[in-house]
Design a protein around this ligand. Structure first.
Ligand code: TIU
Length: 261
């Protein structure tokens, strides 16, 4: 059962939070779940698997944000919001682990490589004032996660300075400490931060399932290729499936309701 609790303020921007009270797990957590996927079935133990949601930040997804300012069609990313919400709700209701990431930098930009600052030769770059505060700077409104997928207090938020979620972060330690071996990966963008993270995870021994409807790119051809590169060569970096298939698999794992005596 979900209870909407309260809105509260941080030092810089208003934040919203849902506090979940999970009365009972929706499924048998000890059994293996099998999901139809490519290149072949993906199997996972729910207690050893985390949902990793990459960079669903306002500046990438919202109209008027940095992404749109650069000429990108944000609707290509926004189509992922609803399936991510549905998956996140089911994942939380089952009491499973969720981790969020945000791409961004310290306000003094001391962790921003000059090469990244200069890249693109745009008139506006990381650290400059943008439509929703300073571009990709921690604590600014545009850097935060969209309200539709806002993290619970119990869910770690990993602030990453690069494209991959492992570089320069404590994500690996968090996963190890929680006994996580597999990752269901969603978020944006498919060919940049999602792909980089899946490759980093693969090299560290994690097995990743990427959900095609829950990841998005500004470029349709990169969406397609980004997914094909993951599942090629017998799943060189991981598996690809659809959230409906994962939800079906989770549902099949739900114990049948007891018949009243
Ligand atoms: N999160 C993420 O993918 N960051 C990017 O910079 N993506 C682009 O596609 N530019």
């Amino acid at each position: 059962m979900l209870h909407i609790c309260r809105a509260f303020c941080s030092l810089t921007i208003p934040r919203f939070e849902l506090i979940a009270e999970i009365s009972s797990p929706a499924m048998n957590l000890s059994s293996t779940v099998s999901v139809e996927a490519e290149p072949y079935v993906y199997e996972f133990n729910p207690t050893q698997t985390a949902l990793l949601i990459i960079d669903m930040q306002r500046d990438f997804l919202e109209p008027g944000g940095f992404g749109e300012m650069l000429g990108n069609d944000v609707s290509r990313l926004r189509r992922t919001i609803e399936p991510n919400q549905k998956l996140l709700t089911a994942w939380r209701a089952s009491g499973l682990q969720v981790i969020h990431t945000r791409e961004g930098h310290r306000p003094d930009l001391s962790d921003l490589p000059p090469s990244k600052k200069q890249r693109g030769r745009s008139t506006i770059s990381i650290g400059d004032p943008g439509p929703m505060g300073r571009i990709l700077v921690r604590g600014e409104a545009g850097h935060d996660i969209i309200p539709e997928l806002y993290p619970l207090r119990s869910e770690p938020v990993v602030d990453k300075p690069g494209k991959g979620a492992f570089f320069g972060t404590d994500l690996h330690a968090i996963l190890q400490n929680r006994g996580i071996q597999k990752l269901v990966v969603t978020g944006v963008t498919t060919e940049v931060c999602v792909n980089t993270t899946v490759r980093e995870a693969n090299d560290r021994g994690y097995e990743c399932l990427v959900l095609e409807d829950c990841v998005g790119s500004y470029f349709p051809e990169f969406q397609d290729m980004g997914l094909r590169m993951i599942k090629a060569q017998g799943g060189i970096f991981g598996w690809v499936s659809h959230s409906d298939r994962l939800l079906t698999a989770l549902g099949e794992n739900t114990p049948a309701p007891r018949t009243p005596a």
